[in-house]
Design a protein around this ligand. Structure first.
Ligand code: SF4
Ligand code: SF4
Length: 335
């Protein structure tokens, strides 16, 4: 990350944090935009490919990005569905870079060999790796493994940072060491996150065959592996939090007297430009159409839950709940 980008991102985060601490008007610094819900895979825990397949054309993408920039967003995650299904993804990333966003793209990378240019302007690529071929395809379906390691290798070779996300399910519980060995050999890093339940963008349930204590033990082991210096980008606070979670069949709760930073510090935008506090709240809250209204004044400032183990949301929330430790670690990880 260049110095100017670091300073802009740090300023946006600081402004957002101060507004949240003062309980002032929301001032999110980060947005995740689902470029499309369409996907060429059918992972067992994901409902995105079964949602509305429509999306914004390029002029409206440009307008959406202008709106996000005007509200103070500096970090933009392009997600899906599978963003690489859009032929104009390269132009979309270019529009985002023109507006000064730091841009990550989430992709399963199965289409990378055919269209490598679509990712070349991204600052960071997130992909998926749930273990070896059998574990990965067990969770994500036939054809989900082909070409992924080659694509990661090529991205690393051209200097693009890559973070593989492992969804922790019964398929991946015994796969962490193998994934980390691959990461150490190939030069990428890994984020682990629990499978989530009970919201529009996911499907499936937590396996009854795995006891909560087995999951807690997994997160404790991962915390110890991180302390040993293995390439785990999940923050220490995140791993500690998961090691203490009571029931992994419940991804989020409304805890009396607690606040959540979703909507204040970060938000989620669906493929048609409608914003929610976070992806988990899609279908649980009334969205704000960002092409017609300003999030800062139109959002009702309510979230259906205040405590969760939803992978990326928990990491963002910790930036606001435990700012000092989490922000320092985040700078070390991403800068
Ligand atoms: S998790 Fe990603 S790759 Fe899998 S179906 Fe959902 S959008 Fe597609
Ligand atoms: S607790 Fe907050 S970040 Fe987590 S799912 Fe609920 S609204 Fe989203």
């Amino acid at each position: 990350m260049r110095l100017g980008e670091k300073l802009a991102l740090g300023y946006a985060y600081g402004t957002s944090l101060l507004a949240y601490m003062a309980d002032g008007a929301p001032r999110p610094f980060s947005a995740t935009w689902a470029v499309t819900n369409r996907c060429n895979l059918r992972c067992g825990y994901c409902n995105c490919p079964f949602l509305d397949p429509s999306h914004l054309d390029l002029p409206r993408v440009a307008l959406l990005f202008d709106r996000l920039r005007a509200m103070g967003i500096r970090r933009l995650g392009l997600a899906g569905g599978e963003p690489m299904l859009r032929k104009d993804l390269g132009e979309i990333v270019g529009l985002a870079k023109d507006r000064g966003f730091w841009v990550s793209v989430n992709s399963n990378l199965t289409l990378y060999a055919r269209h490598p240019e679509r990712l070349h302007l991204a600052d960071l690529v997130y992909t998926s790796l749930d273990g070896d071929e059998a574990a990965h395809e067990g969770a994500r379906g036939e054809g989900s493994w082909a070409g992924v390691l080659a694509a990661i290798g090529e991205l690393v070779r051209i200097g693009k940072p890559v973070i593989a996300i492992c969804v922790v399910t019964e398929h991946s519980l015994d796969q962490a060491d193998g994934i980390l060995r691959r990461a150490e050999a190939a030069g990428f890093r890994v984020h682990f996150q629990p499978q989530c339940t009970d919201t529009e963008i996911v499907r499936g349930r937590m396996p009854a065959s795995v006891a909560n204590e087995e999951f807690r033990a997994f997160w404790r082991r991962l915390r110890d592996e991180k302390r040993r210096g293995r390439p785990i980008v999940s923050s220490s606070a995140f791993l500690e939090y998961l090691a203490g979670w009571d029931d992994f069949a419940v991804s989020a709760v409304d805890a009396l007297g607690e606040r959540c930073a979703a909507g204040h510090g970060f938000l989620y935008v669906d493929p048609r430009g409608r914003a929610y506090p976070c992806a988990y709240t899609k279908g649980k809250t009334t969205p704000v159409d960002l092409l017609a209204a300003d999030w800062r004044t139109a959002w009702d400032r309510a979230t259906p839950c205040t405590r969760c183990i939803v992978g990326p949301m928990l990491e963002f929330n910790l930036l606001f709940q435990r700012p000092l430790a989490s922000a320092v670690e985040s700078v070390r990880t991403y800068a």
